[in-house]
Design a protein around this ligand. Structure first.
Ligand code: ZN
Length: 276
């Protein structure tokens, strides 16, 4: 533990070993594969690699109060409702039991106002907390180094205020895609954030069974900002067949065929393969 200004609230407090991607999510992925194994799966969208690794991306960055904010305002709900195993994918279940709100570019969507049983604010907070984390500081990881400083001061200040309990930032739009496939067909993984405003106009990342896109600024995607403004929302949910998503297929292929197992997992893989 070291004492310095917290990355978010700026108050001088003991800093925690903060995770770029929440520990609760690592646990969700890890349990969905092999119960109790300490090696989670994570995928890197930038180079399509997937690793089983104990390595989590951490740095002394936030105070315990801010860690707690992140946990209770987003991470806990997302970790609970994302794909956990073949029998438990609460977000998918909730959407499938809800009425569609309308269509956007032929894609049916669910508007948060029509989803009484989904706390969409938590999804918004979570998405913005990840984008803020990856842009606000360096994490010493080659896949995401280029995202440091990837938000203009205007947006990073607005997002910081929001994460600290203030009003939501202007002109930020979030699409949340939820896999429609049945539990046994879902390959759960999480990815590091990728994209960025310069290259793609938005950031994106996966948690098990769910993909987030975060558009920053009205110009990022005019269709999105126009439709979302018309619908008076900053977030929409979509059900989507992930098998038809190119980047998902690439990562699934990598998870299935190119993974490099380590430790206990490696032993299990050998055992498993030796039966074939
Ligand atoms: Zn703090």
């Amino acid at each position: 533990m070291s004492l310095a200004g917290c990355g978010l609230c700026k108050i001088e407090r003991p800093l925690q070993r903060s995770h770029l991607l929440p520990r609760a999510l690592y646990k969700a992925v890890m349990k969905s594969y092999f119960p109790h194994d300490p090696a989670p799966v994570w995928a890197s969208q930038s180079d399509g690699t997937v690793l089983y690794a104990n390595k989590q991306i951490v740095k002394y960055f936030l105070c315990s109060q801010c860690e707690d904010r992140f946990s209770k305002n987003g991470e806990r709900v997302i970790a609970n409702e994302c794909f956990r195993n073949s029998f438990r994918f609460i977000l998918q279940q909730k959407l499938m039991n809800s009425e569609l709100s309308g269509k956007f570019n032929t894609q049916p969507y669910y508007h948060p106002k029509d989803l009484e049983n989904i706390d969409s604010e938590k999804y918004k907070y979570y998405a913005l907390s990840i984008i803020w984390r990856v842009t606000a500081t360096g994490w010493k990881n080659a896949d995401i180094d280029y995202l440091e400083g990837g938000l203009s001061p205007e947006y990073s200040t607005q997002i910081e205020n929001y994460l600290l309990g203030g009003d939501p930032p202007n002109d930020i739009y979030i699409t949340v895609y939820v896999d429609t496939n049945s539990g046994s067909e879902i390959t759960p993984f999480m990815s590091l954030p990728s994209g960025g405003l310069v290259s793609e106009g938005h950031f994106s990342f996966f948690v098990p069974g769910v993909k987030f896109n975060v558009y920053v600024g009205e110009e990022a995607d005019k269709d999105v900002s126009k439709e979302f403004s018309k619908q008076n929302t900053q977030l929409m949910f979509f059900l989507h067949d992930f098998k038809r998503m190119r980047e998902y297929s690439e990562m699934k292929h990598a998870v299935t065929y190119e993974l490099r197992p380590v430790g206990k997992l490696a032993k299990r893989q050998v055992t498993k393969h030796s039966k074939i």
